[in-house]
Each structure stands twice: as structure tokens, then as C-alpha cells.
Design a protein around this ligand. Sequence first.
Ligand SMILES: *Cc1c(COP(=O)(O)O)cnc(C)c1O
Length: 378
Amino acid sequence: MKEVPFYSYERMYETEKSYVSVVMEEVLSRSDFILREDLSKFEREIAVYVGASFSAGVANGTDAIWLALIAAGVRAGDEVILPSHTYIATADAVRFLNATPVLVDCENDHSISIAAIEEALTKKTSAVIAVNLNGRACRLDKIREIAEKNSLIFIEDNAQGLGAKLGGKSAGTFGQASTLSFFPAKILGCYGDGGAVITDNHLIYNKVLELRNHGRNQDGEVVSWGFNSRLDNLQAAILGAKLAYLPESIRIRRKLAGLYLSGLSDVHEIVLPEGPSETSDHFDSFQNFEIEASRRDDLQAHLKKNGIGTLRPWNGKAVHQFDLPGMKVMDMANTERIFKKILLLPMNQYLFRSEVERIINVIRDFYGYKASYPEVAI
Ligand SMILES: *Cc1c(COP(=O)(O)O)cnc(C)c1O
């Protein structure tokens, strides 16, 4: 039995080695390490890809959120609304500004609830962060309306949303700024840490450039307090090379998602995400494939026994379920319900079709359904 790990970094490098190793060698021999041309070039290209005017590379996706919030004007003591179904990073970024994370419930598609945002508004609310989870845009049009009506800052945590669209418009272009993570397992992953802030607003852009480089302006003059949070040039060069393959990665992910859908839609014990339809308002890039499964823990053990790796999102806990001080928690009925059931199945551009077929068969077997595919040796 061949194992199917949840994500294989080995396979990522094997697949990309032929060009990534050339890029690395080339950049290293030029000694281009910090704030060099490969970074500027990648920043221009990723901004064009997302469909925004500017992008500033930063050290990671968490810093991107934190710096975007500062640059957009969130201050200590403010309340910032965000979904509880997100990585702890989204809340960290708010907390380390001495602002209060206000955690709200999710919709049935697992993204932030529009009604819950409206219920959480107070006089102290200064911003809302929408998280485009699992490669699917939130109802970003509605969130923008709420933000405009209430004069709120609107930031998109787009760490998982690169390539997703709503109504033909890219995730990451609805808020005043959006953020990306280039963590290795993200849809566009580098070989270390990396992130970016994407925006049309030149004030936010310039402020992030300043903050990421010790408060220095383009002439090197220190004009404000700052930090060191630069995207290093070597990672930027690798990302620039990988960006050419991003549309193909998304195409593969959507194909594999379609395969899961067709192989599992008659299994009543699980709830699947919306499929990769061409007619839906949503164009999803399937950063993850998140299902709701009855007897989730037993299913996960059964898959493991068959050599198939899965993950419970965020190690099994939504942000409000961590024992941490200083957050405000709103009604969590839907989040509480889904966190007993959600599971991430393997989903990435390095998987083989035959592997997904075997995963489907193993899940069908667990719930007592007939296999969909003949056994093949993989
Ligand atoms: C990965 C991720 C982040 C953080 O990115 P890092 O680069 O690991 O700091 C933030 N938010 C979400 C939703 C993520 O998935």
C-alpha cells in the first residue's frame, strides 16, 4: 500500500526542482539577498495577477495582516471583527496591536457570516477582516457594503484565497487591502516563510513599505517607527518562477475537487463543499478540500489505517475555543456544530488522480458504500 500523505514537501520539490534549483543557484551567485530586483519584479507580477495596483512583500502571512491593519489605521483599543473559523494568525495580528478580536460565527459554506458581522458591530468597531478560507471568497460584496455603510476598515485575509473569485472579481480586491501567505503548503508556496500586502491604496502601500523596513522611506531616511518584515529576495525569485504555474495548479485542484464531488456525492454521511462549477458566482481555487463528516474521528482513523493523511482544521479548534484572554466571542452555533465534523482531505496540485480515486474508495468503504473505482496499484 502506497501512502498518500496530507501534503508532501518532498513531492513539491521533486516536481519543481528542475527550475527552482536553477533560480536559487542564479540568485545566490548574484548575491542578491535583501530588497533586490527579484522582489520588485515578483511584487509587480503578483499585484497584476490579483488585479490590484500595488503589492509589498513581507516576511510572512501573519505580518502581512498585522502591517495591513496598522497601515489602514486600526489602533489600540479598537474592536476588529473576524471569523472564529480561521488560523490563530488572523486573531494574533489584531491582538498584537492591542486591539480586541471580536470572533463571529460562519455561514453554511464555512466562511464568515454576514448576519453575524452586523450583530457584532459596536461604537468601538473599527475594522472587519474577511478570511477567504479554503480557496473560496466570502460574500465580499456584502461585507464591503457593511464596511462602507459603517465607515469601517475592510481587510481580506487572503492567505487561502489566491486565485478565487466572486462574480468574476478576484478575492483580495474587495477590501482596502488584502494579505497573502507563501507558506510552503499554500497554493503558491515558497521554500520558507513569505507574505504580501496587496492594495490599490498608495498610502497603505507606502506605509507598509516603511513599516517592513525599519520605518525608512525610499531614500533610506527613518521617518517613523518600524520593524523588519521583508520578503527575502531568494524566496521572491522562487515565487516569481512558480507564479507561471499557478493557473495550472488551480486547474488541477479544481479537477481533483470535481473528482471528489462525483465520487462522494451519494454518501449521505458527509457534506461536501460546493463543486468547481463554471456558472456559480464563486470560482474556487481549492486551497483545501474541507468536508463535514459524521463519525469524523473514526473516519480519520480509518483513512490513517489505509495510509491516507488528513487534518482537522487548525488542529481541531476554532479561535474562540482556545483558552486565551482578551477576545470577545459572539454566538458560535454553526462554528461549534461544524468543528465536531470538519476534516481536510488531501488536496494539492502534486496529487495523482489515482490517489484521489483510492481516497474516495476508502471513504466509501468506511460508510458501507460500493467502491467507485477499480483498485489500481499506485
Ligand atoms: C497560513 C495562514 C495565515 C498565516 O500565514 P503565515 O505565512 O503562516 O504567517 C493567516 N491566515 C490564514 C487563513 C492562513 O491560512
